[in-house]
Design a binder for this molecule. Structure first.
Ligand SMILES: Cc1cc2nc3c(=O)[nH]c(=O)nc-3n(C[C@H](O)[C@H](O)[C@H](O)COP(=O)(O)OP(=O)(O)OC[C@H]3O[C@@H](n4cnc5c(N)ncnc54)[C@H](O)[C@@H]3O)c2cc1C
Length: 337
């Protein structure tokens, strides 16, 4: 366990906004976690859990303690006819874990390659990409309550996963610290290749023959499309794709025939937030060191390492213009603190 005073948070989140934590502790195992939480609860000190910082934007210094997840370890726990239960510690790097599973011969996580961050944060917003969501592969989550220190295993249904959403994003859910995530994986899982952008690529270059080839294809697409936070600070997609009713979609489609959308099973439509933002003229916008990525309007960038307040202000301007033009509210995806 390692303590740091007045810790620099700019280097610990991918948007790179200047901020500091009064104290930061890096925990290496569940005993560290129990010890830190029992000290914090007995002194009523506020705590915030940080993974890789790829889905959080700091607008201010944080009082209290930031708990930096440094626990590591991956193991195969049990097997049955539908696969193996593979457990990974929350502090494991997500992309490295994906490749570990692929190298063991498992199929299932390849579409989620190259998503930044840690294993422990992956269930928080039910990470998803190229037609697969975390919930499609998750078995359970082990977590500890930050106030009562109760330890609990959450089953797939306990997690209440939705689009970029889970129980852990709710008010009661935020009090649980995830220390281990278990996946149900098998070598027999069919590849998911139907997502439009993937399909376009493999129809040109030939279908990938196995899960590792899919991961490499996903990596190539992502590297082309998304900025590397080390070179250009960003938090990935800054807004969720909004979901509108069938009626609202028909009205929009009449007025904007080239609007990009995806039909959902219940008849509603998911709109491409990037298209809405681009249609409002924001793509490539840059002012005072904060802007919108020229290749993908859904990504806000912070090349000037400006404050989280400046990023938030730009996000509000984008939300207001999209709402005014299309009558569609955009919901921010990363946590803004
Ligand atoms: C370039 C880029 C591309 C991205 N692409 C995608 C994508 O394709 N799909 C997608 O879904 N997301 C994407 N993201 C968002 C992000 O990578 C994911 O949300 C990721 O899971 C965040 O992990 P993290 O460890 O960085 O979490 P952090 O940013 O550190 O934390 C995010 C939230 O989770 C909480 N948290 C973190 N760890 C724990 C824990 N162990 N227990 C309890 N709470 C915890 C934090 O308190 C915070 O509320 C992208 C981001 C970037 C920068």
């Amino acid at each position: 366990m390692h303590w740091e005073l007045n810790a620099d948070l700019a280097m610990r989140h991918t948007m790179g906004c200047p901020a500091r934590a009064e104290r930061m502790v890096t925990v290496a195992n569940i005993d560290d976690i129990r010890r830190v939480l029992s000290e914090l609860t007995s002194t009523s000190v506020p705590a915030f859990v940080l993974g890789g910082g790829s889905n959080v934007v700091f607008t201010r210094d944080l009082a209290g303690v930031v708990i930096n997840m440094g626990n590591r370890g991956v193991s195969v726990d049990a097997s049955d006819s539908s696969g193996d239960i593979v457990r990974a510690a929350a502090g494991e790097n997500w992309h490295e874990f994906v490749w570990w599973t692929l190298e063991q011969g498992y199929v299932g996580l390849e579409n989620l390659a190259l998503i930044p961050g840690t294993v422990g944060a992956a269930p928080i917003q039910n990470i998803g990409a190229y037609g697969v969501e975390l919930k499609d592969r998750l078995h359970s989550v082990r977590a500890i309550h930050m106030d009562t220190l109760e330890e609990r295993e959450f089953s797939l249904s306990d997690c209440c996963f939705g689009y970029r959403d889970s129980f852990f994003k709710s008010e009661p859910g935020r009090r649980w610290l995830i220390w281990e995530v278990a996946f149900r994986l098998s070598a027999e899982t069919p590849l998911v290749l139907e997502y439009a952008e993937l399909k376009r690529r493999w129809e040109l270059d030939g279908a990938p023959c196995d899960a590792r080839a899919v991961a490499k294809l996903v990596e190539a697409i992502r590297t082309e499309k998304l900025p590397d936070p080390v070179q250009l600070p960003n938090s990935g997609s800054f807004f969720k794709n909004p979901i509108v009713s069938a009626g609202h979609f028909l009205a929009l489609n009449e007025k904007f025939p080239d609007i990009v959308s995806f039909p959902l099973a219940d008849g509603s439509r998911k709109l491409a937030a990037g298209w809405l933002i681009q249609a409002c003229g924001w793509k490539g916008f840059l002012e005072n060191g904060v802007g919108v990525y020229p290749k993908q309007a859904l990504v806000l960038i912070n090349p000037g390492h400006k404050s989280g307040g400046e990023v938030k202000l730009l996000a509000s301007r984008i939300q207001a213009s999209v709402e005014e033009r299309f009558g569609v509210p955009l919901e921010v995806e990363p946590l803004i603190l």
